[in-house]
Design a protein around this ligand. Structure first.
Ligand code: AMP
Length: 175
């Protein structure tokens, strides 16, 4: 199935110059949604993964399904101040400024194999920070999975060097 055709490109959202890859047009149709979940599940089954973690909010749509089918638990990574108990936090660079994500300190046991999921890989800053959070908690990142990877000048995959990275749809970034 050509999953790319279900992605809507929205120019100049949320700010001028950004080509926003809208994944809601894939998620709203059962066949491509199921196929995207199944592809990731098939790549990571039988690898002893006991936790799947994803970044709010679109990451949760796939993350929960993948965790359920892998027989794993699900760990929420959220923006600051949203998680109620003690957290670990990681701050990373954006094109302009910085951003921070958080995870509960007791979400992952030492040595647990973890799959990190996000809907889209752009510069890789968010996913790298998520991997760092998992490792701070004592977990071992077994893989990093995305539905969409923006290829070209952003070099997101380079930031994840050393990790096992899977993406289902590769879209070149327009300069
Ligand atoms: P990055 O940290 O640069 O890899 O950015 C990844 C995060 O930002 C993901 O959670 C995406 O949902 C979002 N994102 C970045 N660029 C885009 C884009 N062009 N279209 C849709 N979402 C994006």
């Amino acid at each position: 199935m050509d999953l790319l055709k279900y992605i809507r490109n929205v120019p100049d959202f949320p700010i001028k110059g950004i080509q926003f890859k809208d994944i809601t047009t894939l998620a709203k149709i059962h066949a491509p949604f199921k196929e995207s979940c199944d592809n990731i599940i098939n790549q990571f089954k039988d690898r002893g993964i006991s936790k799947v973690t994803a970044i709010e909010a679109r990451g949760y749509i796939w993350g929960g399904v993948i965790a359920y089918k892998l027989g794993a638990g699900f760990v929420l990574i959220r923006k600051p101040g949203k998680l109620p108990a003690e957290t670990l936090s990681e701050t990373y660079e954006l094109e302009y400024g910085t951003d921070t994500i958080e995870m509960h300190k007791d979400a992952i046991e030492k040595g647990e194999k973890v799959l990190v999921f996000d809907d889209l890989l752009a510069t890789g800053g968010t996913a790298k920070a998520a991997c760092t959070l998992v490792e701070k908690a004592g977990g071992v990142v077994n893989g990093v999975a995305f539905v969409i990877e923006l290829t070209g000048s952003l070099h997101g995959r380079d930031k994840l060097d050393g990790y096992n990275v899977l993406s289902l749809i590769k879209i070149p970034v327009e300069e």
